[in-house]
Design a protein around this ligand. Sequence first.
Ligand SMILES: Cc1cc2nc3c(=O)[nH]c(=O)nc-3n(C[C@H](O)[C@H](O)[C@H](O)COP(=O)(O)OP(=O)(O)OC[C@H]3O[C@@H](n4cnc5c(N)ncnc54)[C@H](O)[C@@H]3O)c2cc1C
Length: 413
Amino acid sequence: MNNKTIVILGGGVGGIVVANELRHKLPHEHKVVLVEKNTEHAFAPSFLWLMTGDRKADKITKPIRTLVRSGVEVIHAEVTGIDIPNRRITTTTQPLNFDYLIVALGAELAPELIPGLTASAFSFYTFEETKRLQQALDKFGGGNIALVVSALPYKCPGAPHEAAMLVADYFRRRGLKDNVNVHLYTPEPQPMPVAGPQLGEAVKHMLTSKGIVFHPLHKLISVDSQNHTLSFDGKELTRYDMLIAIPPHRGPQIVRDAGLTNEAGWVPVDRSTLKTKYENVYAIGDITAISIPGRWKPDVPMMLPKAGVFAHVQAEIVAHRIVDEVNDIVPKAEFCGAGYCMLEAGEDLAGFAFGDFFAEPSPRLELRNIGRAWHLGKVLFEQWWLSPFGIKKRILHAAITFGAKVLKIPVSV
Ligand SMILES: Cc1cc2nc3c(=O)[nH]c(=O)nc-3n(C[C@H](O)[C@H](O)[C@H](O)COP(=O)(O)OP(=O)(O)OC[C@H]3O[C@@H](n4cnc5c(N)ncnc54)[C@H](O)[C@@H]3O)c2cc1C
């Protein structure tokens, strides 16, 4: 057995899980190298609680090294080039050769693609932006809040709906419910179209019960920050007092330059094995393009949503497959498209959607009744994710897997 070097690009959700799984299962003569530009990891699902002041900033970030098993070589550097024919990566600190490559660089945010957006919008899609938004919400005395999904695809299909409900709840708690109107605009025809019409109706009902006005089929063209107006394709100008936007997403430039992407800028992979078109090169998480059964417009095929839950399971599958290959065993692990989402609704309540995204003829999902247990499940997951390796992590892991078994839900941690 030759010693192998497995290089993982990106130490976010997918990168951290795949590095830990590989290190756990492979003898130490094989190298597991994780390249990540940031030294701190910020847990994105908690940005929603940071936005409403329910989390302190220092409670939702952790040094990446504490989240990674010892024996994983962590290189804090920016990846600057991917040379697949020569099996070589360039970074801002050193070049690296690989036998196996896992691309887990996530999605890049590109607010500059919509004129006026950068100058006028707050966002809860990055840690720094969310801190800024929290302060702005704190000072906001009343008026129309426009929460806008500015382009498709975007990560976490539940996030805009959760954010709208949490913002509405935040002003209810501050006694300003009657002064603030929350409007949610999206180019989609319904909430979470990938989940089907029934689940979409249920989410719409959750929104309206909180007084949120839902505006489907609104494609943002530009923002006039001086006059506080939004221009949507084919609609009248819309006034806002505060704009909160999910910026356009795109695949990182270096991945597009490496010839790994499709025309939309995402990396197509085999949906079961997560292999790219190149031998021993895998991609996982938000950077991938995985088509799934069904269409939400005749000419628009459905794609697997970009979500941490998928990045996490795909990371486990890829680790299994590489370990088997290194050990000369035919790999059998396959990604089966199961996923779930806890949908925060405010007042410490959440809904729970789960199902099979590969089901024919279209994804089959269920929404469990809104309740406190799902909210607590999300908090437990947050605590597990952010705790360093040790006894606390093992206890939380046992609690989550036990809870998932009792509730018969497909959770992988
Ligand atoms: C507000 C919000 C709430 C969310 N809530 C949920 C939720 O409840 N459930 C859920 O399943 N998902 C949720 N998500 C989505 C989830 O966070 C992402 O889908 C997940 O992080 C994707 O994992 P990834 O590994 O593909 O990418 P990421 O976690 O984004 O990791 C990519 C990593 O690559 C690094 N990187 C990028 N370029 C370079 C470079 N050139 N050199 C070195 N490093 C680089 C980045 O710094 C980053 O650490 C949420 C997202 C947001 C924004």
